[in-house]
Design a protein around this ligand. Structure first.
Ligand code: C5P
Length: 316
């Protein structure tokens, strides 16, 4: 790669359509069974070589941040991803300069940081000319976080099991689909939600069965309209909801308000606190945003509403 060249990747967000959570394992993680869907909402990551001589020290790599979503620089997963790849290669490599435009809200359950990490791995492998087979890429991704392999897989949707790193690629729902997202001004720590989950009574609901059924339906070519119609079932297939509800009673109030105003079920994404509703087109979601946004005082204070499309499955 010439020092003047800049490589770029979009780092998309995700929502969890389902999330079944089992008891904590000996390694501290929880076994999951989740169906994830990629969104159009995305951070933008760029990379170029700094021009400094090759180094084995990951401190030589740099990162700058811009964009509407404030996010901390220390411990950023972009630099950790570059460090993990450096270690894997095990020889001096040209220092990199990353630039991240942050569009995806942080600590929101939308996977923004994990997606940045997966994009950084792929960009750094390209710049350094490291030939990573998919199994190695997914292994390095799993070292960076449980959601990173989903983004490294670059699939429109997937069923994730294990701690999130065992993936079955799935096609997107067939036809147009959009999400209206309600992003709380104050985020939630994933580790904190899982810790609080351990202190709750075990859920006895069937989120794992819903994940299994939904994965099967998507694999067979689920029309997006049918996914929208199944939202009421998906709403109750996130095992972290009652924990999030206890930690953040404001989110319970927001959900009631959104459901009343939109006449739709609102789902929790991942460990929250982002809520989302499914619509059969971007135009419908935009109309709902105008309606819910206009008529809501309570909601407007606690959350920001935004529309994102999702990748379209084969419509032929
Ligand atoms: O894997 P990641 O670093 O994103 O996870 C953050 C924290 O969330 C973990 O340290 C763990 O406490 C919790 N977690 C979990 N089980 C999972 C995924 C995450 O307990 N499957």
């Amino acid at each position: 790669m010439s020092p003047d060249r800049t490589d770029r990747l979009a780092a998309p967000a995700k929502v969890n359509l389902t999330l079944a959570v089992a008891a904590r394992r000996a390694d501290g993680f929880h076994d999951l069974d989740s169906v994830l869907l990629r969104l159009d909402l995305a951070d933008r990551l760029e990379v170029r070589m700094s021009g400094a001589p090759p180094s084995a020290d990951s401190a030589a790599d740099g990162l700058t941040l811009t964009g509407p979503q404030p996010c901390p620089l220390p411990g950023n997963l972009v630099l950790r991803a570059a460090a993990v790849l450096r270690q894997h290669v095990g020889r001096p490599l040209p220092p990199l300069v990353f630039h991240l435009r942050k569009e995806v809200p942080v600590a929101a359950g939308l996977g923004g940081g994990s997606s940045d990490a997966a994009a950084a791995l792929r960009l750094a492998a390209g710049v350094w000319d490291v030939d990573l087979d998919q199994a190695t890429l997914l292994e390095l991704a799993a070292d960076l976080g449980s959601d990173v392999p989903f983004f490294a897989l670059d699939a429109p949707a997937a069923r994730a099991t294990g701690r999130g790193e065992r993936l079955s690629r799935l096609p997107a729902p067939v036809g147009r689909l959009a999400c209206l997202l309600a992003v709380a001004h104050e985020g939630l720590s994933t580790a904190g939600v899982f810790e609080a989950f351990d202190r709750e009574a075990r859920p006895v609901d069937g989120a794992a069965q819903v994940s299994q059924r939904l994965a099967g339906a998507l694999a067979r070519g689920l029309p997006a309209g049918q996914l929208v119609e199944s939202a009421a079932e998906l709403r109750d297939a996130n095992d972290l909801w009652s924990t999030v509800a206890r930690l953040r009673p404001d989110i319970v109030h927001v959900r009631e308000d959104l459901e009343q105003r939109s006449g739709r079920p609102w789902l929790l994404s991942g460990s929250g606190p982002t809520l989302f509703a499914l619509y059969a087109s971007r135009a419908e979601a935009e109309r709902a945003l105008a309606h819910v946004g206009r008529s809501s005082d309570g909601v407007g204070g606690a959350v920001r509403l935004l529309v994102s499309g999702s990748p379209q499955g084969d419509t032929s």
